[in-house]
Design a protein around this ligand. Structure first.
Ligand code: NAD
Length: 352
């Protein structure tokens, strides 16, 4: 049997609430449904790991109401506002520990690395608010010192930083990032819509996407949206001419009563036969952090499976689940992504 994935998390926000509650939701579902029929799951197994094969072994945050609490209680602590799922989540036996602050020193990095090693973690999931490049750098350094795979959920540059990537390769550790592309989010819907125009010979004039939400991520993105805007443009990955015609507003507003729901509007103005106008107006409403967790579950399983298979550096298998993958989207083909996925299952096949 494949041992569960031993996960450490930095940032105990809505993403982690959705991830933790979701793993128990599927654990309950497994009693009455084969995993191939689980709703909302892209890949039932990766490297032998199911969506509920996750053991949370360490958690870091700096919020005074979260630090010192069991992880289960911490994910339900405000300002988190992901809904309570219809499932029982027991205490994890893992207390949220004090994370890094900007004024940390080298000894703090060593101390934290030691703690994560002691907890037996395999993967460090970085899920802090957007815009904290110093924190992304520091937690990646902790992962390197502790000998863990690192997964970056945020648009901060980690896997795109060639020096950092080289250090993970040299250490024999997987590095996955940057910025997860939501399960069915604005980026993929907008991207496919723009591709469709091209496929049908319709000429794009202009396009925009506006995103609204009522969680902490949206509150933060109002003021720290620059890296997210750049990453969302990467996700659209059109040619330069197209990108010049597309505008992205990561947080057009924080609307508290939307809570953890995201509402996005996508507009396309184009020209068809004989230069006549074509307009598309699309509205997307999703549970924002479920949209993240549905992808995080694949990123962390790929990270763990890669580490167990002795693979290091960027793992191409996750490219379609990232907005800003290492090397950019153009550097990875469908064939190389498939080959990378197959390599994760190869050790299991060999063991049979
Ligand atoms: P959140 O604001 O709910 O949670 C962030 C957590 O990090 C909070 O608990 C906060 O206290 C903690 N934190 C802040 N500084 C810290 C530090 N120095 N050390 C440790 N913890 C610290 O955010 P979220 O909704 O969970 O999203 C996390 C990240 O994922 C964001 O950057 C977001 O942009 C990104 N992301 C989310 C989605 C999505 O929700 N669909 C998609 C792509 C990327």
């Amino acid at each position: 049997m494949t041992p569960p994935l031993r996960l450490a998390v930095a940032g105990v926000g809505n993403n982690i609430s959705a991830l933790l509650q979701g793993t128990y939701f599927y654990r309950g579902l497994a009693e009455r449904l084969p995993e191939t029929e689980f709703p909302g799951v892209l890949r039932p197994r990766i490297g032998g790991l199911s969506v509920s094969d996750v053991e949370f072994v360490a958690a870091l945050d700096i919020h005074p109401d979260k630090v010192g609490r069991d992880l289960t209680a911490a994910v339900l602590t405000e300002p988190n506002n992901y809904p309570l799922l219809d499932t029982v989540v027991p205490d994890q036996g893992v207390l949220v520990e004090q994370g890094l602050v900007e004024s940390h020193d080298d000894a703090d990095l060593d101390r934290l690395a030691g703690r994560l090693r002691e907890a037996g973690a395999e993967v460090l999931l970085y899920s802090l608010p957007t815009g904290l490049q110093w924190a992304a750098d520091a937690y990646a350094e902790v992962a390197l010192r502790a000998g863990l795979a690192f997964v970056n959920c945020t648009p901060e540059s980690v896997a795109r930083n060639e020096d950092v990537l080289r250090r993970f390769v040299a250490a024999g550790l997987p590095l996955i990032g940057d910025d997860l592309a939501s399960h069915l989010g604005t980026s993929i819907v907008h991207r496919r819509l723009l591709q469709l125009l091209g496929e049908r010979g319709i000429t794009l004039e202009s396009s925009y996407q506006l995103n609204l939400g009522g969680n902490e991520d949206f509150r933060n993105l109002r003021e720290h949206g620059a890296s997210k805007r750049e990453s969302k443009l990467n996700a659209l990955a059109g040619d330069a001419a197209t990108l010049g015609k597309v505008e992205v507003i990561p947080s057009a507003g924080y609307v508290s009563h939307l809570r953890d729901n995201k509402v996005a509007y996508v507009n396309v103005e184009a020209r068809g036969w004989a230069n006549t106008p074509v307009t598309v107006e699309l509205r997307l409403k999703v549970q924002d952090s479920s949209n993240a967790a549905g992808v995080i579950i694949d990123l962390i399983r790929v990270a763990a499976a890669a580490k167990r298979a002795g693979l290091s550096g960027y793992i191409e298998a996750v490219t379609l689940q990232l907005k800003s993958p290492a090397g950019g989207h153009h550097a990875h083909t469908d064939e190389s992504i498939e080959a990378s996925l197959a390599a994760l299952d190869a050790p299991l096949a060999a063991a049979v």
